[in-house]
Design a protein. Structure first.
Length: 211
């Protein structure tokens, strides 16, 4: 019998091979993709998120845990499709125009994925049009923008103005983050929420989609 606690612990500890073995075993024991996700993979990522937020673990541990989770997800994906497990929400994230930093943005994306979101990663140097396209063509209602440079923080404001002009602002929630970004900046540009780290970004996304 697969122990979901062991699966969660293996994700937390970044034990990729063990995660793969346990996911395969859980599938062959007849557990649903939803059970494996919610009781195993997501639990492990949630815990690493909380510990990261509280400085008990650091970026490398989170990246290793996310890699383990992703390899479990890859095995589970056909079952998720088969069982039509609905994601918690769909989020498009990207680093804003002019900015090439992506380590933090990737962490946020991994953590959101680990929490059950479908994440559309638009990459770096993302112009507003790409976010608008994600809303219009893929029905994305939650947009996440990351910026690491004081100069590219301004691109967040430009993007919000572009969302207004494109007539999509009312349909979407916008979250912002990145080292120089603050709650004050978020309020000033009229974004819907700011998160200081990847675990808080998940909490923020949950509250924005519930609103
Ligand atoms: Co750059 N860089 N860099 N850099 N770089 C900084 C940001 C800088 C502070 C270094 C410094 O001078 N001390 C400085 C910015 C100064 C400023 O604007 N005030 C700087 C500079 C100046 C530059 C260049 C202009 C240097 C040059 O070419 N002259 C250039 C710019 C290129 C460009 O973007 N156009 C540049 C280039 C680079 C590299 C390519 C070499 C590399 C990036 C590699 C990559 O990302 N693939 C790089 C790096 C690595 C850094 C530092 C050292 C580390 C950034 C990082 O990855 N941190 C950085 C100095 C520093 O921060 N100590 C620096 C770790 C990461 C986990 O944290 O991204 O903050 P962070 O993400 C956190 C939170 O902020 C939050 O969650 C994450 C996890 O907790 N978060 C979100 C992030 N996005 C979020 C989105 C959300 C919510 C939360 O919602 C959507």
């Amino acid at each position: 019998m697969v122990d979901f606690q062991e699966l969660a612990d293996s994700v937390y500890g970044g034990k990729k091979d063990k995660v793969e073995e346990l996911v395969k075993a859980a599938i062959s024991e007849g557990h649903s993709a939803k059970e494996i996700l919610e009781q195993g993979l997501i639990q492990g990522m949630n815990r690493i998120g909380i510990d990261f937020k509280n400085n008990r673990v650091y970026v490398p541990e989170v990246l290793i845990a996310a890699r383990a989770m992703k390899s479990g997800m890859a095995i589970l994906r056909p079952r998720i499709v088969e069982e039509k497990v609905e994601p918690k929400g769909r989020v498009a994230i990207g680093t804003v125009k002019g900015d090439l930093h992506d380590i933090g943005k990737n962490l946020v994306g991994m953590m959101l994925e680990g929490a059950g979101y479908e994440v559309i990663d638009l990459g770096v140097d993302v112009p507003p049009e790409k976010f608008i396209q994600a809303n219009k063509e893929k029905g994305v209602r939650l947009i996440g923008m990351s910026s690491l440079l004081t100069t590219t923080m301004l691109a967040m404001r430009d993007a919000l103005q572009a969302f207004e002009q494109a007539g999509i602002r009312e349909n979407i929630k916008v979250m912002v983050g990145g080292a120089p970004v603050t709650q004050k900046w978020c309020d000033e540009i009229g974004a819907d929420g700011y998160a200081p780290d990847a675990a808080s970004a998940v909490e923020l996304a949950d509250s924005l989609i519930a609103a």
